[in-house]
Design a binder for this molecule. Structure first.
Ligand SMILES: [Ca+2]
Length: 383
């Protein structure tokens, strides 16, 4: 039998010529395709948002990648550096001060300009210039300094920086939103008390710049005579605050417990310290280990982020609220329980340990109680 002869499959001469001309390109295209399949380009950033205080600051984020990348930002008030890099790196972001009374936003984009790889976006917000300002006034020759506290949202209670030092009454944590207010830069001094009341009830009579103590909540708020109601508290004509308000024409009051804690934490400028202005208690507080068994002149330790002094230590500070248990519900401008038996005091004192000087520490006692480790600080609403 005759074998069937299959024709050899061969390229024609013309095809050979074309293939020989195209060969280098085909090899190149093949290699690129293989390379694309082998290298998975990755890109990630450590933050998706940045929140700047109104006065400006420096923040940073890190880039994780295996390729080149570039950074773009759409706001002239932001500086990012470097504007490009490769592989893993860190990017600094500097915000200029915001001189507007509105907040402002910007977008930072990190990309590596490779098709199919999604760029990363960081949303930036900067807080507005506060609409209230610090001020001083003089009452019968005694200075009163008030710090403007821009309102906002914070977490009240036993937050993580408190470590294992919290007591049960500091839980549960809860979200609190506050309006703008003023808080006294210092504890009310013996000098100011005497200028208003004409006496000095303090156990440690050392001079005008020492904190007044041995004053009950009732001594401050009053118990008889004409009245004025401020933020839910009735102030009476025989109390310190009513008399101060007669002299100044303003509506000073005790801080609420939430205002006290928000200010102690540094408000919107908070660095999330355990004590008011530091994680090292001795930098900001007169307390059992450094007080030498007595009060000290106000402002002797470093101020906190807002410029407020001695919120940790020296003397405890009365607040306007009845002492109650916390709820986990979010609250706006809370004023505490509607009734109770003890009024709140905060911040620790010269006789007490570091655990009492924490920003979330709280305690309470009957409003007629006088003690040489409890004084107070003034507050005032912004409107
Ligand atoms: Ca204090």
């Amino acid at each position: 039998m005759k074998k069937i002869q299959f024709p050899r499959k061969e390229f024609s001469n013309i095809t050979k010529i074309i293939l020989s001309v195209l060969a280098p390109y085909l090899i190149y295209v093949g290699c690129v395709k293989i390379a694309d399949e082998k290298i998975q380009i990755t890109l990630d950033v450590s933050k998706t948002s940045l929140d700047f205080i109104y006065s400006g600051a420096e923040e940073s984020f890190s880039v994780t990648s295996n390729y080149q990348w570039t950074v773009n930002n759409d706001a002239s008030w932001l500086t990012v550096s470097p504007s490009s890099g490769s592989n893993n790196g860190s990017v600094k972001v500097i915000a200029n001060p915001n001189t507007n009374t509105d907040s402002r936003t910007a977008t930072i984009t990190v990309s590596n300009n490779v098709q199919g790889v999604t760029g990363k976006t960081i949303n930036v917000i900067q807080q507005p210039l506060p609409s209230i300002n610090n001020y001083n006034e003089t009452i019968n020759g005694q200075n009163l300094s008030m710090i403007a506290v821009q309102g906002g949202l914070f977490t009240m209670g036993c937050t993580s920086e408190q470590g294992g030092d919290c007591w049960d009454d500091e839980t549960p944590t809860h979200q609190v939103t506050l309006s703008d207010f003023y808080m006294g830069k210092y504890e009310v001094t013996q000098g100011l008390w005497n200028a208003v009341m004409g006496n000095n009830p303090s156990y440690f009579p050392k001079g005008d710049n020492y904190p007044v103590e041995n004053v009950s909540w009732n001594d401050i708020v009053g118990t008889s005579g004409a009245t004025m109601v401020i933020k839910g508290i009735t102030y009476y004509a025989n109390g310190f605050i009513y008399k101060l308000n007669q002299l100044t024409g303003k509506q000073y009051r005790l801080p609420t417990e939430a205002e006290w804690e928000y200010a102690a934490r540094g408000g919107q400028s908070s660095n999330k310290y355990k004590y008011s202005g530091s994680n090292t208690v001795g930098n900001v507080a007169w307390y059992s280990d450094n007080s030498d068994g007595r009060t000290h002149a106000v402002g002797g330790k470093s101020p906190n982020e807002l410029g407020i002094c001695d919120m940790s230590g020296n003397v405890h500070e009365w607040c306007s609220d009845w002492f109650g248990v916390y709820s986990s519900n979010a609250q706006t401008n809370p004023t505490g329980p509607s009734s109770g038996s003890n009024r709140v005091f905060r911040g620790g004192g010269w006789y007490y340990g570091a655990r009492s000087a924490r920003v979330s520490y709280r305690n309470g006692i009957t409003p007629d109680y006088r003690y040489d480790s409890i004084g107070f600080r003034l507050a005032r609403s912004s409107n």
